[in-house]
Design a protein around this ligand. Structure first.
Ligand code: CTP
Length: 391
């Protein structure tokens, strides 16, 4: 991040080179802007050396307009130390030097101030009122702290330590996670329906799409319950809990239990619609030259069950794999199962569907809106789906 460090005239200015060093160490680019008085406490050479950039201080004197380019360059402005004077100027809209001008022009981006002054000045109603005003405009205050002050007395007024200011910058510069605090359920992979102790009915689903969806949700900050049928895939992410299941009924049990606590669910598993009515507990033997008949019974429909259970604040997304009349069938499935979105998988396009790393989908919303993707990696398709169904 590009950070402007503004320095005003307080004794704590001598700690600013350490702050600049910490910010640089954290990977930020830093430029310093100092008031005239600040340079009585810390030198231009020191600030230019630690920041690795020219210092901005005498803009009006030289008639230049760096305060404007600095306002465009900077993504965050940190004022340390912030004297009662600069706090008062900003609160009153006064711009009579480079730093105060920059502060007034620096709109729409985070500003952090680390006040430092004598404790009686800090306690003065006018300073407190100005601080409250600045806070109400969204300016972040770090400190001041209690302790011994330069004037020899103890009280509240010491500038927060450089580490504390750098920590505040760290928190503010972290990208916000739009799905933080939301729990999402994802189903993935095939299901295996046992015939006997060594055989099953299954399908070719690799689970790649579902795992990519779980990853994309977690990357946006969501807590993900990933319920997966048998796959060779793995996903280790602090926000993802993987539950492995084998059959449709096991997937049904986990999904229906978890769903009530979720903000939404995306069911991408290729669930077997049928299972053998009986599962032998031993390996079935060949029966001479006669054929073999398997009786199949229907599995519960997880998606339809969640569609019936869902409340108004939950979002339910299903997948459809159609070969004829694709969009009309998908739209019909969306309505029948009470979904908010259905993702239509293309089987006609080379590179899309089971097993491969790419996919091409059409996302259909309940109101009939369509969004078609080009052939993309499953990770990109996952991000497109997540962006569409979570906004
Ligand atoms: N699905 C499910 N539980 C099932 C069957 C399907 O949760 N027992 C989900 C899939 O995860 C997918 C969607 O339903 O999100 C689409 O499944 P699909 O098999 O295409 O639809 P069906 O409703 O089974 O309809 P049909 O087979 O008649 O096309």
């Amino acid at each position: 991040m590009k950070i402007v460090v503004g320095i005003t005239g307080g004794i704590a200015a001598y700690k600013v080179p350490e702050l600049v060093r910490l910010l640089k160490k954290a990977g930020h680019e830093v430029r310093c802007a100092a008031t005239e008085h600040a340079l009585e406490f810390v030198t231009r050479v020191t600030l230019e050396t630690v920041s690795g950039a020219p210092l901005y201080s005498d803009l009006f004197a030289s008639g230049r307009t760096e305060h404007i380019s600095l306002k465009d360059w900077g993504e965050m402005l940190v004022v340390a130390p912030a004297t009662a004077n600069i706090i008062g100027k900003v609160a009153s809209g006064i711009a009579d030097d480079a730093l105060s001008t920059l502060l007034l022009a620096f709109s729409g981006k985070p500003v952090v101030m680390a006040p430092a002054m004598n404790c009686e000045m800090w306690a003065h109603p006018s300073v407190q009122r100005n601080v409250d005003t600045l806070k109400s405009w969204g300016i972040h205050m770090v400190g001041p702290e209690d302790g011994e002050l330069a004037c020899g007395v103890s009280g509240t007024g010491r500038m927060a330590e450089p580490e504390a200011i750098a920590q505040c910058v760290r928190l503010l510069s972290q990208p916000t996670e739009p799905l933080a605090g939301q729990r999402w359920l994802v189903t993935a992979g095939p299901t295996y329906e046992r015939i006997d102790s060594v055989r099953f009915i299954g399908n070719y689903s690799s689970g790649k799409m579902g795992f990519a969806l779980a990853q994309a949700l977690a990357d946006e900050g969501a807590d993900v319950e990933l319920v997966s049928g048998p796959t060779s895939l793995n996903l280790v992410h602090p926000h993802v809990r993987v539950t492995r299941v084998e059959s449709a009924r096991e997937m049904y049990d986990v999904a229906t239990k978890v769903f009530p606590t979720c903000r939404g669910a995306i069911l991408s598993a290729a669930v077997a619609d049928y299972r053998p009515s009986e599962c032998a507990d031993h390996k079935l033997k060949k029966n001479g030259s006669e054929g073999m008949h398997l009786e199949l019974v229907q599995n519960p429909d997880i998606l339809a069950t969640l569609g019936q259970a869902k409340n108004a604040s939950q979002t339910l997304v299903g997948f459809a794999l159609e070969t004829d009349n694709e969009e009309a069938n998908a739209q019909h499935k969306l309505e029948k199962k009470n979904l908010d979105f259905i993702v239509l998988n293309s089987l006609r396009d080379k590179g899309a569907g089971f097993g491969v790393d790419t996919n091409k989908v059409t996302i259909i919303a309940r109101d009939g809106r369509h969004k078609e993707s080009p052939l993309m990696s499953k990770q990109e398709v996952a991000r497109l789906i997540i962006n569409t169904v979570t906004t």
